[in-house]
Design a protein around this ligand. Structure first.
Ligand code: FES
Ligand code: FES
Length: 153
């Protein structure tokens, strides 16, 4: 069965059953492998993408639930918040193994778009579903605050 979805501004028809997780379509059919598979159960955040700007777990989002909403993956993430976050990530040297980081950036970007000057509590609440086995949490928090400051200035 075919389903039409819009990913990173491009409308594509994919051959997949309606209950196929969006993550499989992104990685398997579309070769957008920046979005990672971790747990497959909405527990780790590695597979986070945006649906109309909202951070969602693509491992538990069936393709039929996407509808007309725009999917954005790490490959298509743009805008002043995304640019500021990438700069801050590099400045703070956040990344260790890197596996969780695209999901972290997707969640952080959704946070900054909604809450341009997040408090520590805002960061904790927005990022609590994104697990980092390397323990980069303090650097992620610092980089989000740095990015927020640079977008606001
Ligand atoms: S792979 Fe989706 S939340 Fe872990
Ligand atoms: S940087 Fe290794 S899991 Fe987060």
């Amino acid at each position: 069965m075919t389903t039409t979805i819009t990913v990173n501004g491009k409308t594509t028809t994919v051959d997949a059953e309606p209950d196929t997780p969006l993550l499989w379509v992104l990685r398997g059919e579309m070769k957008l492998v920046g979005t990672k598979f971790g747990c497959g159960k909405a527990l780790c955040g590695a597979c986070t993408v945006h649906l109309d700007g909202e951070a969602v777990r693509s491992c538990v989002t069936p393709i039929e639930a996407v509808g007309a909403r725009e999917v954005t993956t790490i490959e298509g993430l743009k805008g002043k918040e995304a640019d500021a976050l990438r700069r801050a990530w590099s400045e703070v040297d956040v990344v260790q193994c890197g596996y969780c980081q695209s999901g972290q950036l997707m969640s952080a970007c959704a946070l900054l778009r909604k809450t341009p000057k997040p408090s520590d509590e805002d960061v904790s609440s927005a990022m609590s579903g994104n697990i980092c086995r390397c323990g980069t949490y303090p650097r992620i928090r610092a980089a989000i605050h740095l990015a927020a400051g640079s977008v606001a200035s």
